[in-house]
Design a protein around this ligand. Structure first.
Ligand SMILES: Nc1ncnc2c1ncn2[C@@H]1O[C@H](COP(=O)(O)OP(=O)(O)OP(=O)(O)O)[C@@H](O)[C@H]1O
Length: 338
């Protein structure tokens, strides 16, 4: 445990660091001394705690806000960001947007950071924190079922159902078994492509039925990147009050996977039959159990409701981050901290 506390100091001016020691196959632990030194040298005063188990980042976020911290640095990957954002919604003390988040990427995929151009080198990431450019992004409130109990979680980046969740489950299992590498996600995607069976589903977006048929997969994004840089929701705008949902019905898998490259070229909607749904409230109903993953974490089963919580989380972004609009063209969007 690393923690410096002083009742005389103004806690709201200090940063609270949530350090995931297992993120990036242990980089969170091994690299923390270097990161801590860089933060100190940059004049960023930090009190830090390591996560000790799964979901502990959620508890630490609640703890930090309860103690009066209003600035949290996440030293981790997408899973740690997901858990921390969930914690911001569990605490009742302040509005979620009153807590400033920063991320120093030590994870494997680091997909949320990719959206905002947060540098991968620790010194540049620390410089971004000092520069203080922030962006207020939407968050998804998601209800799903687990052991016949309705549960709620928050989506900070990208989620998925059906095949997408099956790939994620396989990917997480491989990571839990100690495997690492950029081909892991693709390997899991290929394996599930052979065995996943499409399911009957009905999708209602802002009160209108938009899909009723055999669903292969659907990806739902506040942001764009998943699986270490693939883009299944390439035109998602993180503060427009809408989800981008990419729906792929049951189709010939050889034809679909022959277009795999489109995930890296923002061209997924060029595949015939692949559709974009844009809405602030999306309900998915299924006859058979299908799973959901949110920010890479496997949760429960259908039916699902996705609701936007507009502009709910404020985060440090790169000073070079330029928001694209819903057509993928440029528009300046960052705001310099006052
Ligand atoms: N002390 C711990 N022991 C075991 N698991 C932990 C511990 N602390 C956090 N975790 C879990 O570690 C998991 C992985 O964290 P995270 O997603 O941040 O890293 P990653 O998988 O390397 O990165 P990415 O998601 O960007 O690929 C999370 O699901 C989190 O719940």
């Amino acid at each position: 445990m690393l923690c410096q506390m002083d009742s005389q100091i103004n806690i709201s001016k200090r940063w609270f660091a949530i350090v995931n020691p297992v993120a990036g196959k242990g980089k969170g632990l091994t690299d923390w001394p270097v990161i801590s030194t860089l933060l100190h040298e940059a004049g960023i005063e930090v009190d830090a705690l390591f996560t000790q188990r799964k979901h502990h980042a959620t508890e630490l976020a609640v703890y930090a806000v309860g103690k009066g911290y209003r600035k949290i640095i996440i030293i981790g990957g997408d899973g740690t960001i997901h858990e921390t954002v969930h914690g911001l919604f569990l605490q009742q003390r302040v509005a979620t947007a009153d807590v400033l988040l920063a991320v120093i990427a030590v994870g494997t995929g680091n997909d949320w950071m990719r959206m905002y151009g947060i540098p991968n080198t620790y010194s540049d990431a620390v410089r971004s924190i000092v520069q203080g450019h922030t962006f207020l992004q939407d968050v998804g409130r998601v209800t799903y079922w687990e052991s016949k109990v309705c549960q709620r979680r928050y989506l900070a980046n990208v989620g998925g159902i059906a095949y997408d969740a099956a790939v994620c489950r396989g990917f997480n299992k491989l990571k839990d078994n100690g495997y690492r590498g950029k081909w892991l996600y693709i390997w899991s995607a290929a394996r599930e492509a052979c065995r996943f069976r499409s399911r009957q589903a009905r999708i209602v977006a802002d009160g209108k039925e938009v899909f009723n048929g055999k669903l292969f997969t659907a990806t739902i994004g506040i942001c764009k990147y998943t699986g270490g840089g693939m883009s299944q929701t390439p035109y998602a705008v993180a503060d427009d009050g809408l989800f981008d949902m990419t729906v792929i019905p049951s189709m010939n898998r050889v034809r679909l996977f022959s277009r795999f490259r489109t995930l890296y070229t923002n061209n997924i909607y060029n595949i015939t039959g692949v559709n974009l749904i844009r809405a602030g409230r999306i309900v998915v109903e299924c006859d058979h159990p299908i799973q959901v993953e949110l920010d890479g974490e496997i949760l429960g089963e259908a039916d699902f409701t996705f609701e936007i919580v507009p502009r709910a989380v404020r985060a440090i972004v790169s000073k070079n981050f330029v928001k694209l609009n819903e057509y993928g063209t440029t528009q300046a969007a960052t705001q310099k901290k006052g």
